[in-house]
Design a protein around this ligand. Structure first.
Ligand SMILES: CC(C)(COP(=O)(O)OP(=O)(O)OC[C@H]1O[C@@H](n2cnc3c(N)ncnc32)[C@H](O)[C@@H]1OP(=O)(O)O)[C@@H](O)C(=O)NCCC(=O)NCCSC(=O)CC(=O)O
Length: 469
């Protein structure tokens, strides 16, 4: 902050001094001519002030935040032999003999109501015969996803790995040593000067948060940031009978995405979108929010991620708080005025309970809403008063890929691209929630019309979507 605020303060100071001197002299001296005469007699003062202003202007121009672009992204699509259909998951549950008959019935019921289709992807250990979630399977799951989508991304952007200055890797539930960033540096032979950041335990908002971090760094210096977002379902499959943890087994699935963002102005022509703004809010000070989704041991010592029934309410409260901060920064003035007018009218009519929500479709043409579960999508749609078509991509993503955690918003962006819906100038809102409880937004502006890339994960099924649920 310091490097940016100093030139701005200097600039303000010189402008203020110049203005003050001009006003004082103009009021003291009898005429315009005598004012000009005075200036011509005090050239040194005039030039030194103008010089200060010029220096401050130059320093400000240098410190001004750089635009940050999304050059491209890639989503991993596992092979057909990784398909995690209901039948496969149920068969796996039975073979493992780790769940009671009631738990099996519960999982069946949840699965049927979950909004997941039959084509999501399961982690590799599900297809083994020893029924054990081993470390090596978690590594295979991570490597498969990360290496394949980074390779696709580098190939399609034609960016040499040596140009990458920042690497952010995010995986909430698995944090091996050496870290994911080290695995990526090793595999793609990244430069020794690359700055690496490894997010773990940050939940499903880690993907959007990675953009926030990368953009914060790139706004200050020209560079390239590689963002890799994955989740480890292998070591987090729950083998017990706690219902809150069984829900996790039913909705989380394998998925990974990678994105390349840059502040290199030469890449603007090729870039897909530009970052308009990012916003992170953390609601963990509240006990209910903190405990809504939490990794823990059950009474028999089995570790799992418990999703409480309170999570949907917590997400609603968090979202309300989040949008109250986002709204003034993104909504058009007309919508803000309309919102203030409606609130004031209800207040004056004595209706204190009326809930007004600004119309965010006036700020964004497309929304990638974290599809954390059917009930989460329902809650966001209800709270934001969205038409069904606004939440359609989230529902379709949940149906096709399941909850892949923080990479979900990328799969959703790929859905928009596959449908060719994004046009140049359109604004896209990525909104994700994560354990903690956190909410994170990234607002983009499209720099070109979208098209379906050869590695788009929807490529061979988009004609079937949207499906009716
Ligand atoms: C689980 C659901 C698909 C169930 O669908 P429905 O709501 O239509 O079904 P329902 O209400 O009839 O519930 C069916 C049965 O499941 C039980 N049930 C529902 N949710 C439960 C939960 N979290 N824990 C324990 N039991 C639960 C109900 O009591 C009921 O039991 P009975 O029949 O005995 O009465 C849905 O509620 C849902 O999508 N929930 C949100 C999932 C979630 O938390 N996603 C966020 C993931 S975290 C995330 O994305 C962020 C991150 O990780 O960082």
């Amino acid at each position: 902050m310091r490097s940016r605020s100093t030139p701005i303060q200097l600039l303000k100071l010189t402008v203020f001094v110049l203005l003050a001197i001009t006003i004082t002299l103009a009021s003291l001296l009898p005429s315009k001519q005598s004012f000009l005469l005075f200036l011509s007699h005090h050239k040194l003062l005039l030039f030194s002030l103008l010089w200060c202003k010029l220096v401050a202007l130059l320093a400000y121009a240098r410190a001004r935040p750089l635009p940050v672009y999304l050059l491209d992204f890639s989503c991993h699509k596992p092979g057909p032999d990784s398909r995690g259909s209901y039948e496969i998951c149920e068969y796996f549950g039975r073979r493992s003999c780790k769940h009671s008959a009631e738990s099996e019935a519960f999982m069946r019921a949840i699965y049927r109501k979950s909004g997941l289709g039959d084509e999501t992807y399961a982690p590799p250990f599900i297809f083994q015969t020893d029924y054990k979630a081993k470390f090596q399977y978690a590594i295979v799951e991570a490597e498969d996803g990360m290496f394949s989508c980074v390779a696709h991304l580098l190939a399609k952007t034609d960016v040499d790995p040596s140009r990458i200055t920042v690497l952010v890797a995010a995986c909430s539930m698995f944090s091996p040593s050496p870290s994911f960033t080290s695995m990526l540096v090793q595999r793609f032979k990244l430069s020794p000067s690359v700055k690496t950041f490894n997010f773990s335990g940050m939940g499903c908002s880690a993907g959007t948060m990675s953009f926030d971090l990368a953009a914060t760094i790139l706004r200050r210096q020209v560079g390239y940031a590689l963002i890799v977002v994955t989740e480890s379902t292998s070591l987090n499959w729950y083998f017990g009978d706690n219902r809150h943890m069984l829900v996790t087994n039913c909705i989380f699935r394998a998925g990974t995405a990678a994105a390349l963002v840059t502040s290199d102005p030469a890449q603007r022509e090729r870039a897909k979108m530009e970052v308009v703004r990012t916003l992170r809010t953390h609601h963990g000070a509240d006990d209910a929010a903190y405990n809504a989704a939490i990794q823990m041991e059950d009474e028999d010592g089995h570790v799992g991620v418990a999703l409480t029934k309170d999570l949907v309410r917590v997400a609603g409260v968090g979202l309300r708080n989040h949008i109250s901060r986002l709204a003034p920064r993104v909504l058009p003035v007309s919508e803000l005025l309309r919102y203030v007018y409606n609130v004031a009218r209800s207040f004056l009519a004595g209706d204190r309970k009326a809930v007004h929500v600004p119309d965010f479709t006036t700020a964004f043409e497309h929304m990638c809403i974290h599809a954390g579960g059917k009930a989460v999508i329902d809650a966001v749609g209800r709270l934001m008063k969205f038409e069904e078509e606004v939440v359609e991509p989230a529902r379709m993503c949940l149906h096709r890929f399941g909850n892949t955690s923080s990479s979900l918003v990328f799969y959703e962006l790929a859905y928009f691209e596959a449908k060719g819906r994004i046009k140049i100038g359109d604004r896209v809102w990525m909104l994700a929630f994560g354990t903690g409880f956190k909410a994170c937004s990234v607002v983009w502006r499209a720099l070109r019309d979208s098209r379906i890339d050869p590695d788009n994960p929807w490529k061979d099924c988009i004609h079937r979507y949207p499906v009716s649920l």
